[in-house]
Ligand binder design. Sequence first.
Ligand code: HEC
Length: 217
Amino acid sequence: MSNENQNLSGWRRFIKKMTKANELGKEEDIMTDHDYDGIKELDNVLPPWWLYGFYITILISIYYIIMIFVSPENYNQELEYTNSVEQAKKDVAAWVEQDKKDHPEKYTEAVAYTDAANLAKGKELYTSKTCFACHLDDLGGSIGPNMTDDKWISGGGFKNIFNTITKGGRPGKGMVAWENSITKEERQQLASYIVSMQGTTPANPKAPEGDITWSGK
Ligand code: HEC
């Protein structure tokens, strides 16, 4: 009990010290002779808590000036930038290391299929994964390009086609990256199926798009 009282009075003493508030009833002592239509002004001292905060900002500004302008080899924006880029590169490398351990299948070369079972699976996925909606059932093209002709926007051949399915087409063109929604095995089957359709004749072929020529299988 007595301890609590002591704490309280200690706290009160601290507050008093930090505010240096003038005692109520003694306003005349610090009354200035300013008088604005009867509104008078007290000459209160700056509260110490505020003043200490102000001193701290001054100290911080001195530290800042020294760090930024006086010893630029120790710290500056460019260095901070390069340091954080370095750090980010390390973080990415560490992430990739871990990812390689967790998902080794992502880092092995994609395999092209030519066997009937996998091509049939590719054809099935072409429908179930909605590819036909933009490229049409016979790959003749509507929103997306014709994929039976020898002109390619992002490159023909299994590797390029697999890559486009994985990473998507040019930004904003409507061909999204399917990496996260279609498994690698399925993307391999899809790309293999598209390769196998090279040179077929769709009902309404869309005009060729793209500057890369590839017609081989
Ligand atoms: C929303 C419409 C849309 C859907 C759905 C779609 N695509 Fe595409 N696709 C496009 C467009 C548009 C392009 C052209 C991208 C560009 O211009 O870079 C494209 C390009 C491609 C290309 C590259 C063609 C080239 O000339 O290089 C391949 C391969 C492809 N799509 C395969 C697929 C597969 C497989 C699926 C299903 C998993 C699919 N697309 C689903 C719209 C679509």
